[in-house]
Design a protein around this ligand. Structure first.
Ligand SMILES: C[S@@+](CC[C@H](N)C(=O)[O-])C[C@H]1O[C@@H](n2cnc3c(N)ncnc32)[C@H](O)[C@@H]1O
Length: 316
């Protein structure tokens, strides 16, 4: 866990935007244009929807929602619209209930796109609930092949099940278990998504309590679990397979350090992802393998979405 001193400017910004000082001191060393970044998180994040192409074509959904008074703007990724005006909450529309779309951050749609599953693949989603990415993967697979969706928390299984049902997903088996034991299922995967549990710094704009509710020790705790989940994933990934790792955290200990570990321990290759800005190469005393910069970061003030990290790894 890298710690940095807070100088007068950091203390002033932490006070102004009501953050724990350590967070701002760390952001100052990794985020471009710090004050714009902090300012951007004072406004609610943009709302995006992903069209569920298992049920409806994008133009047909656009017409239905526009007829009801919603205004939508195509986003710069497939099957995604930004909601720019809503007469009432779009999540309360009949189209949402019918599973025609999923309300989801744009950044959260990048990991399934980076995974690029094929219809006949076997995919393991190691941390699945509430199912935003599971349902996206199912639509990219045209409801074919097999998705093993693992979720550890019993209390988070109902929302996963509801979203899978609402979206008409038919190719997914839910396992309420610890993904650290994924090898006990007896399935080897062509592709794995590890959307890891993390400190969630990237969603501060939606949940302001995260400015002060997380301690430095939480980053260390998450980083340890994330290392263990990478080991668990490598036990069930077929040779030649693809592992996409993602978090909604900015902390390099939860991101580049994990990819660096996967590269050095397992010889995984890091493919470039065509979204976001490159992963960082250095953080305090940490220096990462050169290919780690092929991972991508997303920032609210640059990409108009919540903060995210994604890396596409190949098991050669
Ligand atoms: C970042 S959220 C996943 C979000 C989900 N991928 C989506 O797109 O909707 C992480 C999830 O992992 C679950 N989780 C945490 N540790 C786990 C473990 N060891 N095995 C399986 N699931 C775990 C958490 O309960 C949480 O639901």
């Amino acid at each position: 866990m890298q710690e940095f001193p807070a100088d007068a400017r950091i203390s002033e910004l932490a006070k102004k935007y009501k953050y724990n000082e350590y967070m701002v001191a760390r952001f100052a060393r990794l985020v471009p244009d710090l004050e714009k970044f902090l300012e951007s998180m004072e406004a609610p994040p943009a709302t995006y929807i992903r069209v569920n192409t298992l049920k409806i074509a994008p133009n047909a959904l656009l017409k239905r929602l526009t007829d009801k008074g919603f205004t939508l703007k195509p986003a710069d990724i497939p099957d995604c619209f930004e909601v720019t005006g809503e007469p009432y909450s779009i999540g309360a529309s009949a189209e949402h209930l019918l599973g025609y779309f999923y309300v989801q951050d744009k950044s959260s749609m990048i990991p399934p796109l980076a995974l690029a599953p094929n219809p006949g693949d076997t995919v393991i989603d190691m941390a699945a609930s509430p199912g935003g990415k599971t349902t996206h993967i199912a639509q990219l697979m045209n409801n074919e092949g097999l998705i093993v969706a693992i979720e550890k928390e019993p209390g988070r299984i109902p929302s996963l099940r509801t979203n899978i049902g609402r979206c008409g997903v038919m190719n997914t088996a839910i396992y309420n278990m610890d993904a650290l034991e994924a090898d006990k299922i007896g399935v080897k995967a062509d592709k794995i998504l590890l959307d890891a549990p993390c400190t969630g710094e990237g969603v501060i704009a939606r949940d302001r309590s995260r400015k002060t509710s997380r301690e430095e020790a939480d980053i260390q705790f998450c980083s340890t679990v994330q290392h263990e989940l990478i080991d668990a994933a490598l036990k069930v990934l077929k040779p030649g397979g693809t592992l996409v790792y993602s978090t909604c955290s900015y902390a390099p200990e939860e991101n580049e350090l994990i990819i660096d570990y996967a590269v050095k321990k397992y010889g995984l290759k890091v493919d470039p992802v065509p979204y976001g800005v490159p992963g960082i190469e250095k953080f305090g005393s940490l220096t990462f393998a050169p290919e780690v910069k092929n991972a991508r970061r997303m920032y609210p003030h640059i990409h108009n979405t919540t903060g995210f990290f994604v890396a596409r790894l190949r098991y050669v």
